[in-house]
Design a protein around this ligand. Structure first.
Ligand code: CTP
Length: 405
């Protein structure tokens, strides 16, 4: 008897490598993973659905709408049900066309529609001709998909069916299987945690129409919130003013000023088990904001600023056993400042980054200063990937530091 069998959807695209998906299906099933196969119309030109139906002992989904009118009603919402039941979506082989559809949100068949309805982890194993793989359009789509946190199992090099030699052949089945197992393991490792994240800049008013702020885009904090939710945490995102959509399944509290951020953070601090302060809080606010719009005068204008509360330092004094993470955005080498802030703000981790490489970008290159004294340099990666690495290290830290100050 199999208890708690993990369940995935395997989407098969229309390429010559589609026959290898049969081997992948078997490899996944041998590891106690149940597989629902979805084939695109083109995939069925290469392999018959019957092969996968026989392997999985399940009906293979081959189109958006079933033939009979009775079935049509049920299948109109089938993609939602299939999306809800799956713990991961694996696409192998992923053609250039499928990657383009996913990247741009096109939904004209079952697989692309289900992709949009799916909120869990996605593993994509592309396979195509070398020129198609290296084409700027495919490169751009690949970066978009990476930026969403999807795991890309890069194609290997070798002889391709078209006679060319180069990158494009589907990755080895063991590599794809290992990627699937790793996302399934990571999937629920934050279940039971309440993660409180702050993101974006704060705005400190001068008058009813003007404010002091900074260039923070909020992308790093939003990526952290998204990663935490995808890994099973309850997530509260306290966000300064940004132009981003809140990630699915996250409770968002919108604030404007540092004082409002402080109040929102303190209101949710009690319940939180992990607190990550990615926001770029303004250190100063205007002491006496004008109630009316300031009119220009003959001479200059002097603004008197007063310090804002340092929210992270306050939290450091009341952290208990929570894991507390701050950011250090620096113009020079971030590590010395990250280490200094780790101590002075009583944090478990400070994520150090350089403002010129981080602000506004979809990627980030950071160094993690840890309470254990270690420093971990993470290679440049999408903010979503960096977010996942931050959680990987936090969970290791918790195991290494059972009780913190
Ligand atoms: N932070 C905060 N409240 C503030 C200022 C900063 O909570 N008023 C938090 C940020 O969210 C970040 C960390 O402190 O996690 C470091 O922010 P940063 O501006 O780099 O540090 P400061 O302590 O303000 O140091 P400095 O500006 O002198 O580098």
């Amino acid at each position: 008897m199999t208890v708690n069998r993990r369940h995935i959807v395997l989407g098969i695209g229309g390429g010559i490598a589609a026959y290898k998906a049969a081997e992948l299906t078997r490899a996944l099933m041998e590891r106690e993973i149940s597989v629902q196969v979805v084939m695109t119309r083109a995939a069925q030109e290469f392999v018959r659905p019957l092969t996968f139906a026989a392997l999985t002992a399940r009906k293979v989904i081959t189109s958006m709408f079933a033939g009979s009118s009775e079935d049509t009603l049920a299948s109109a919402v089938e993609h939602i049900r299939v999306a809800q039941e799956a713990e991961a979506l694996v696409v192998a082989p992923a053609t250039a066309d499928l990657m383009a559809k996913f990247a741009n949100g096109l939904a004209d068949d079952f697989l692309s529609t289900m992709y949009l309805a799916f909120t869990g982890p996605v593993v994509i194993a592309p396979a195509m001709n070398t020129n198609m793989w290296t084409h700027p359009a495919t490169r751009r789509n690949l970066e978009t998909l990476r930026g969403r946190g999807h795991v890309i199992v890069e194609p290997g090099e070798g002889f391709l069916a078209c006679g060319m030699v180069g990158p494009g052949r589907l990755a080895e089945i063991e590599r794809i299987t290992a990627a699937v197992l790793s996302v399934l393991e990571r999937r629920r490792d934050l279940a039971g945690e309440t993660v409180l994240v702050t993101a974006g800049p704060t705005e400190e008013p001068l008058d009813p129409v003007r404010f002091l702020s900074n260039r923070s885009s909020g992308k790093m904090g939003y990526a952290i919130a998204e990663a935490a939710a995808a890994r099973g945490a309850r997530v509260i995102l306290v966000s300064g003013p940004v132009h981003l959509c809140p990630p699915p399944g996250v409770t968002t509290v919108n604030v404007q000023t540092a004082e409002q951020m402080r109040a929102a953070v303190k209101a949710h601090f009690e319940d939180a088990t992990i607190v990550i302060k990615a926001a770029a809080v303004a250190d100063y606010r205007v002491a006496d904001p004008a109630p009316q719009k300031i009119k220009k005068g003959e001479g200059g204008l002097t603004l008197r600023l007063e310090p804002n509360p340092d929210i992270l330092s306050e939290l450091g004094r009341m952290k208990g056993n929570r894991l507390l993470v701050g950011f250090a955005a620096e113009t020079g080498d971030p590590l010395p400042e990250a280490r200094r802030k780790l101590e002075s703000k009583n944090c478990d981790m400070i994520v150090g980054n350089r403002v010129d490489r981080a602000f506004g970008s979809d990627d980030n290159e950071v160094v993690l200063a840890l309470r254990t004294g270690e420093a971990v340099e993470l290679p440049r990666a999408s903010k979503r990937e960096v977010a996942d690495r931050i959680f990987d290290h936090l969970l290791k830290l918790r195991a290494a530091l059972p009780a913190t100050k």
